[in-house]
Design a protein around this ligand. Structure first.
Ligand SMILES: [Zn+2]
Ligand SMILES: [Zn+2]
Length: 162
C-alpha cells in the first residue's frame, strides 16, 4: 500500500516545516508539529476531520481552529497541497515534489487512489489544441467504487430500492 511513504522524505519534510516556521517567526508549538507529522507522515489524502481524529488517536488532540490554521501554514510552506473533490470539504496531501497526478475517489468509503498516465497527459494537450486552446493545467477525478467496496457489497444492495 502507499500508506507508508519513504521515511527519509518524511524526515526532510519535517525539517523543512520547522525551518519554514522559524523563517516566518511562527512558534514551533507541539500541536503544530503534531499536525504536520500527521499530514506529512502519510501518502493519504486527509480531510481536516481525519487529521483531528488521528491527532486524538496519538494523544495530541487539537482544536478544529488550530488544525485549520496549521493546515493553512502547511499550504503556504508548499509542503502540502489542498484537494477539492467536490465532497463539501477539502483534503490535504503531502506535496513532496510529486509530479502531476490524477485521483480516483471511492464514493462509498472515501478512499483516494492516485494514478499518472502519460497518454492522458498527451491527450489533454491534443484536446486543448483541437479547440484552439493553450493548455496550462487540468484536473481529473474519477468517482466510483473501489475494489474492496465492490467485493464487500451484497449483490442485493445494487438493485434494492428500485
Ligand atoms: Zn471504497
Ligand atoms: Zn494525490
Amino acid at each position: 500500500m502507499s500508506d507508508a511513504p519513504d521515511s527519509a522524505a518524511v524526515a526532510a519534510d519535517r525539517a523543512a516545516f520547522r525551518e519554514f516556521l522559524r523563517d516566518h517567526n511562527l512558534p514551533a508549538t507541539s500541536q503544530r508539529l503534531a499536525i504536520a507529522d500527521v499530514v506529512l507522515g502519510t501518502d493519504r489524502h486527509l480531510s481536516a476531520e481525519e487529521v483531528a481524529t488521528e491527532l486524538r488517536a496519538r494523544g495530541a488532540a487539537a482544536g478544529t481552529a488550530t488544525v485549520y490554521r496549521t493546515l493553512e501554514v502547511l499550504l503556504r510552506s508548499g509542503l502540502v497541497v489542498e484537494r477539492d473533490f467536490g465532497e463539501g470539504f477539502k483534503r490535504y496531501e503531502a506535496a513532496r515534489g510529486v509530479p502531476h497526478h490524477e485521483h480516483l475517489l471511492c464514493t462509498n468509503c472515501g478512499r483516494v487512489t492516485e494514478f499518472r498516465d502519460e497518454r492522458l497527459e498527451r491527450m489533454t494537450t491534443l484536446l486543448a489544441e483541437a479547440h484552439d486552446f493553450s493548455r496550462q493545467r487540468h484536473r481529473l477525478v474519477i468517482y466510483g467504487l473501489c475494489g474492496d467496496c465492490r467485493r464487500t457489497a451484497r449483490p442485493a444492495s445494487a438493485s434494492a430500492g428500485r
